[in-house]
Design a protein around this ligand. Sequence first.
Ligand code: ZN
Length: 279
Amino acid sequence: MNSDPISRIDFPMQFLTRLKLLITVLILSFALFRQETVGEDTSQLSTGFSLKYIVIDPGHGGRDPGCVSQSGVKEKDITLSVSRKLAEVLRQKNEYEVFLTRADDRFMSLRQRVAFANQESFPPNQSIFLSLHCNSFKDQRIHGMESFKFDLDATDELAAELVERENAQESVDKFDFMIINLRKRGNEKYTEQVARILQKLLVKQLGVKNRNLHASRNAGVRGAPFYVLAWTKMPSVLLELGFISNDAERKKMTEEKYQDRIASALAKGIKKFDQQLPE
Ligand SMILES: [Zn+2]
């Protein structure tokens, strides 16, 4: 007779796991069926990408300062200032429509940022999403630039640590991942291209250390499960512009002139990405 109390306790858990698996399979089958019959978003992507909308996401804001240095420099102020400058440079050229998830010092949840980016007015095959951040690390000697695309597993330990801080309360689990993968199918190559071009151009034009090189095996594009990258439908990249914890880099990042240089390098990178798109 089976009176093992443990298997009785396990039963509801096993049931839940199976139920979750069954639901996943059903959702995936439905999504695949729908895409094949209706030809949703992904078919648009496969017929090409032409850049019209740029959504800039200044990290943190309001009651969320992001990283703060001992001297009181806040990540949220640098990200906002650089984002505004980038918007200005791009608007002057008048080639794209530019939008900011926040244009002042206000708190916005990660969900709100994603909802903003996923508005119908920004078609995933005509838009890119750039989330701007600054880094911080206990070893104050560390400096340089990093860029990320979405990946369920962080490509390296430091990326995993970083994602924990940037995601705060919102995490991305494996169950979500299958859904995300379906939604983003078709735009990975554009994400990869934007990330690669921006990283290379910023490193060159600003003369900063390329922290993607040794950290990733995949020729300079790192991946980590950032919430905003996971749920935005368009190609999306998160940039860590420099380390607030490094004295020299922090000083530069607070200077208007240096922020202008970041903005113009980013604008150049966006243009370069656009020019490399097939006709
Ligand atoms: Zn941040």
